[in-house]
Design a protein around this ligand. Structure first.
Ligand SMILES: C[S@@+](CC[C@H](N)C(=O)[O-])C[C@H]1O[C@@H](n2cnc3c(N)ncnc32)[C@H](O)[C@@H]1O
Length: 289
């Protein structure tokens, strides 16, 4: 079948679900992934044809896209910090906002020229832990996660990118989950309130893991309370905590951190202009006295 005919079928079936440009983008990503060809193959050769075996994954992908199944799960791959991460339904798909959090950590680490000990809480696909291990070669990175299935994905991602990360399977809410001395604690914990669910797209709500996303309306900061406590007990003096946060709970998250021994608490907006990240520096006992 001609590739351009498959493209026409994609538009006929999917234009009512997604914007046209997005449908093209899905199609081109499949060309790259399934045919190993350049996305401009149709410009260079408008009559490019594929055999029955080659066209099969396109039609399988099409039927999943119709159900708003995420393209990253279809391809088993997501890009994060210009690195390809394996993903499946057991892990959250890495987001561009989280790249901004990683870049914030990188800015500070590079300025300090240190060999930091880094702890990533709720590591999921390992996108934060693995990219920091790759981009800060002197760092010693640990990733903690409650889901065994997610940790299996994180392990594969570390292998894929040739980095050594220590993995801990544990519940971060458990007070004994982790003990150590860290220079950096970073986390993108679950923060979407149940009442915010209705505003989310089907691609997220139906297919991404609920344990990675949701918190009760009555305790939206439950993970932040625990992480703030854990970081305050386990960060070295002058060490820093970096958090991705719910855009509607910036002031509340800052207020929570102010109740612990942190200083230089800074709230940052993401590229979309939403209050999305917080950094806080652990105060030493000498400074507090
Ligand atoms: C928002 S996702 C973030 C995943 C990844 N760090 C990222 O930024 O894409 C939150 C992660 O925390 C994990 N998680 C949820 N509850 C947890 C708990 N009590 N202890 C440890 N990890 C937990 C979830 O399984 C999920 O992988």
């Amino acid at each position: 079948m001609k590739l351009k005919a498959i493209r026409e079928i994609f538009h006929r079936e999917l234009d009512k679900v997604y914007p046209k440009e997005e449908v093209d983008s899905f199609f081109y990503r499949m060309i790259e992934e399934y045919l190993g060809a350049d996305r401009f193959v149709l410009v260079l050769n408008p009559d490019f044809s594929v055999g029955k075996n080659e066209e099969a994954p396109f039609f399988k992908g099409l039927s999943l896209l119709k159900q708003e199944y995420p393209i990253q799960y279809i391809l088993g791959k997501a890009w994060f910090m210009e690195m390809d991460f394996m993903v499946n339904e057991k892990v959250l798909i890495p987001r561009p906002e989280t790249e901004e959090l990683v870049r914030w950590v990188l800015e500070d680490v590079q300025r300090r020229q240190a060999s930091p000990e880094i702890l990533d809480l709720g590591t999921g696909s390992g996108c934060i832990a693995v990219s920091l291990a790759k981009l800060v070669p002197r760092a010693r990175v640990t990733g903690l996660e409650i889901s065994d299935d997610a940790l299996a994905v994180a392990r594969q991602n570390a292998k894929r990118h040739g980095v050594d990360v220590r993995w801990i399977l544990a519940d971060m809410m458990d007070a004994t989950a982790v003990k150590g001395k860290w220079d950096i604690v970073v986390s993108n914990p679950p923060y979407v309130r149940e009442k915010e669910k209705a505003a989310m797209g089907n691609n997220v709500r139906l297919y991404e893991p609920a344990t990675a996303l949701f918190v009760p309306d009555t305790a939206p900061l439950r993970f932040y309370e625990r992480i703030a406590q854990l970081a305050s007990e386990n960060l070295r003096e002058g060490g820093a905590l970096y958090l991705e946060i719910n855009q509607y709970l910036g002031p509340e998250t800052v207020a929570l951190l102010e109740t612990k021994d942190f200083s230089e608490i800074e709230l940052r907006k993401d590229i979309f202009g939403n209050e999305r990240m917080v950094k806080a520096v652990k105060v030493g006992t000498a400074i507090r006295a």
